[in-house]
Design a protein around this ligand. Sequence first.
Ligand code: CUA
Length: 357
Amino acid sequence: MTNQEPSRRPRVIADSEQLAKVTRHRSAGPGAALFALGLIAVGVAVAVFAKLTPVAASNTAAQVDLLFNTMLGIAAAIFLLVESSLIYFAFRYRRKAGEMGDGRPIHGSNRLEIAWTIMPALIVLWLGTYSYQILTNIRQAAPGGGMTVEVTGRQFQWEFFYPAYNVRTVNDLRLPRGEAVSLKIVATDVLHSLWVPALRIKQDAVPGRQNAMNFIAEANGVFPIRCAELCGAGHSRMIGSVTIQEAADFQVWVAEQQAKPAADAPTLITQYGCPACHTLTAVGAAGLVGPNLDGLGARAGEAVEGLSAEDYIRQSITDPNAHVAEGFQPGVMPQDFGTRMTPEELTTLVNFLLEQK
Ligand code: CUA
């Protein structure tokens, strides 16, 4: 312990003249200026040429893409600056063969610290202002007057209701091209987030409040809808699609929906989002959150003593906490199916499930 190698001890520079010699400012020179220009050129090229976003299907998409690419360009330049400096310094000041001592105890450079505090602060302030401007533009992109679609997020489906046409769909949003649309977004249980990458929309669905998104759909096609907020065990199945079509085709679709006869059981099962949680081979459902419904008709009669198979199934839909199947938790299944389904729909579903043997 006492015979420590002297060369391993740090050389503390106490003399101020000597310190000034070690840490004196050296001009960065033309190389650094060229390097900075190169970084800026790369950043600009990334901002101009990068294409990481999907089809732009709404009138607000271009502004969002411009903001995204601007941030990407700035990030690319900063990334290259940091990583290339890291690699340069790692080589330039690496420990050479036979060198056993510690580095010089150099501390602080006011110029450098002021520069790397002020520059990011300015960049972030500017990006914040710019983003806010775009958010304001988007909010005003189709102010009022457009077609309203009421969007409800719940575990685990997106419901779309067109009050003007009295049409309701699940996970299937249809929009006419070229017309102003206002989505009124709510949630009934927990936080969800309506994410439609092609429309550049990602808006939280919050229980107890309504969020609006206004825009004009501009490109025909079918684009994915996702839930972008972890909302429970069926979150990954909370998916759908938006179909944008010509106004005339949209009206044909509306008329079809209005003329549709009472839905059959498989349609109801999809409509009410059962496949997100239950397995039911007859309708191709493979959810694992709730009990498996295959063969339910054969065993429902023995599930609760004194309760008929029919009453057991009916009660399990309208009051899911009454008889929770073994191995499952109460409170997971929505408890409002009794009010959301018509008595006819409920009977159709119960009869269909009774047939699953
Ligand atoms: Cu709803 Cu994730």
